[in-house]
Ligand binder design. Structure first.
Ligand code: FEO
Length: 661
């Protein structure tokens, strides 16, 4: 076989057949067919612009393979490449992996071994994968999703290995969801398969138009639509909006009975295991992923599960977009999604409906940030797309909600304006709170007059309308998330107080109240997002390494900046002079406010503020987090530190009752 596209390809002597973990009774069989005879392939050139590959640096948080050979159970692994992130100059190891799941179905996994963050709130401990699938029907070949653009060369080469050098044999490219980790290379695929038809929901294809920015063949599908792949084999579609964007849909292959779910049921967990073999190791990542990405959409999860059941879609082999394919434990893991979503709804003390406009500005992403903030406070969230929902849905959802969030819709769309009219007619003045926000779409209905329409009929705002006057940054998403948390707290505070009082014995509360603590200011930074909080529930927890725990309420804004691997600074306050910093940081800051305005500080090497008013500081790195019901107990390692006043005594904090800080 000749080298392809400048890639060095060596030849395996004969086609081989690999059985994947047959000793464990796995249902699939993987075979290397004749056109995947590349034993090893090396990255030599054609790197995308702005992306540079350098020598591998030893930074892995996961455990990459160094081999480029065919490996039993793991299929074909490419050579390792290294991507340099222009944002922080850190190097990240990249690799691709190909495994035939059946004779006709192949997974191409892009292994992002070192990725350490997904959005502001989602710290990653074990990297992630972006999974793409090829199905060769007897008449049609389908590609389901692609990869992140930083994988361009590795991914395109893998695709050629699977499909052949002529990518025009791809008939359909199914786009399950347009977030760039899955759709980032669709444009590149279409350059080499210009006649392929891209299949997606209406919202998805509208998004994709903006992403690809050239003409391509499109097929809009809705629930129940099918693609014929030959000999009666069909790909059946199930829309699953909000898992994780409004554009998402599942695809179900009636022949293999594999379902392709993109973000849903995934995990940011990068290992060579293509399947969910080691459940105890996978589980913390699977549940954390649910918590961050799916819990804000618990109702949408249950709706999608119901639709799958009604449409005869079996969830036994779940081909996810991130992490392992679920097969060995799919029943248990899907059951967990159902159980967690039901629990989130049962536990909900209040309900918020978020109105956004899919395919308009940053409405979808900003609305997800708000939903995430609201869910932190034990509120249920319903997401409604103003461009597709009907009057009955609006009236029903508004009727159940205590809080309403409205992302400014575009001025020019008449049908959307009609829906806003229905919303105004459906609200319950005096009984609900509303939050109005900009969408940064270029034609936003101005938010202040929009808010006035609600105020005139007696609806109270939870805070002034949120403004977004430039392309959103980490700080903007933090602002929207915090505004969501504020709204949720407003709606649930009475109920929570009542519950806390009734569930706690006065004697126990008084006894526990005698446990004393110190007084500290915790500061943390991620990009343009900055936060701080007064802390008292802190205790040293280990000598080697020097480590301590800190309890952080789940609805604290700073919690998002204290994920595993994140750094922060613990500022210790002294017995003398603790009042001023404590008073400052105890203030209730409006969402997105700069907590450090007027405060004297300098950045630690990690960027988090060291306060001039502290008697000492410790720079720390989060090692693990334990779920303690309404708090996270965060165990961190002390990395660096200094004492400014060696004679000062640490401030102590005494209470009489354990029901408050
Ligand atoms: Fe994995 Fe929402 O993208």
């Amino acid at each position: 076989m000749a080298a392809q596209n400048g890639f060095c390809a060596s030849v395996v002597a004969s086609s081989s057949c690999i059985t994947s973990s047959s000793s464990r009774g796995r249902k699939v069989r993987s075979s290397l067919n004749n056109n995947i005879n590349i034993k090893a392939w090396s990255v030599t050139r054609h790197f995308p612009r702005r992306i540079s590959f350098k020598t591998t640096k030893n930074k892995a948080v996961a455990e990459p393979s160094s081999s480029n050979d065919v490996i039993d159970d793991f299929g074909l692994l490419s050579n390792m490449a290294v991507w340099s992130n222009p944002a922080n100059n850190e190097n990240y190891k990249l690799q691709t992996q190909i495994l035939n799941l059946t004779n006709e179905t192949t997974v191409i996994r892009s292994l992002d071994w070192d990725r350490d963050r997904f959005d502001i709130e989602f710290g990653l401990e074990k990297g992630t994968t972006y999974n793409s699938y090829v199905i060769k029907g007897s008449e049609k070949t389908v590609l389901i999703d692609t990869s992140h653009e930083k994988f361009e060369q590795l991914y395109m080469d893998s695709l050629v290995s699977v499909v052949g050098n002529d990518l025009s044999s791809i008939d359909y490219v199914v786009c399950s969801h347009t977030e760039p980790d899955h759709s980032g290379l669709i444009g590149k695929v279409l350059e080499r398969a210009p006649n392929a038809t891209v299949v997606g929901t209406k919202v998805c294809l509208a998004f994709l138009d903006n992403l690809v920015q050239k003409e391509f063949n499109k097929l809009v599908v809705k629930g129940g639509d099918v693609l014929e792949l030959g000999d009666g084999r069909q790909l059946k579609f199930v829309p699953a909006p909000n898992l994780h964007w409004p554009d998402t849909m599942f695809s179900y292959d009636t022949e293999s009975e594999f379902v392709y779910t993109c973000d849903a049921f995934g995990a940011h967990y990068c290992t060579k295991d293509v399947f969910d073999e080691e459940l105890p190791k996978l589980m913390p990542h699977f549940s954390f992923y649910y918590e961050c990405l799916m819990k804000p959409n618990a109702r949408s999860v249950l709706t999608a599960l119901r639709k799958c059941e009604a449409d005869g879609v079996k969830l036994s082999t779940v081909c996810t977009g991130h992490g392992p394919i679920l097969q060995r434990n799919s029943e248990e893991l899907i059951g967990d999604y159902k159980k967690w979503s039901e629990k989130a709804l049962e536990k909900a003390k209040s309900s918020v409906v978020v109105f956004y406009t899919a395919d308009y500005g940053f409405s979808d992403r900003l609305s997800q940030s708000i939903a995430r903030g609201v869910v932190k406070t034990d509120c249920e969230v319903a997401m409604l797309d103003l461009s597709t929902c009907d009057a009955q849905q609006i009236v029903e959802e508004v009727g159940r909600a205590s809080g309403i969030v409205l992302l400014a819709p575009p001025n020019a769309k008449e049908e959307i304006q009609d829906n806003v009219g229905v919303l105004i007619g459906a609200v319950k003045p005096g009984k609900q709170k509303i939050l109005v926000c900009e969408s940064y779409g270029g034609d936003d209905e101005p938010v202040d007059p929009l808010m006035r329409k609600f105020a005139e009929i007696g609806l109270q705002e939870s805070q002034s309308p949120l403004k977004c006057q430039s392309s959103p940054t980490e700080g903007t998403y933090q602002l929207y998330e915090e505004a969501g948390t504020d709204l949720g707290q407003l709606l649930t505070q009475k109920e929570k107080l009542k519950e806390m009082k009734s569930s706690m014995s006065a004697d126990v509360a008084r006894a526990l109240g005698r446990v004393s603590g110190g007084l500290y200011i915790v500061t943390a930074v991620q990009g343009t997002a900055k936060s701080a909080m007064v802390a008292s529930w802190i205790a040293q927890a280990s000598f080697e390494p020097l480590g301590f725990t800190i309890a952080v309420a789940k609805d604290r804004a700073i919690e998002s900046l204290m994920q595993v691997g994140d750094s922060f600074v613990l500022n210790c306050l002294g017995e003398d002079g603790f009042e001023a910093p404590m008073k400052h940081f105890l203030k209730r800051f409006p969402p997105g406010a700069d907590r450090f305005e007027g405060v004297d500080w300098k950045p630690a090497p990690c960027g988090s503020p060291i306060l001039a008013g502290a008697v000492s500081y410790v720079e720390c790195k989060v090692v693990s987090r334990m779920d303690a019901n309404d708090h996270w107990v965060i165990y961190s390692e002390a990395i660096d530190g200094g004492v400014f006043n060696k004679d000062a005594k640490t401030a102590s904090h005494f209470r009489k009752v354990a029901t408050y800080y």
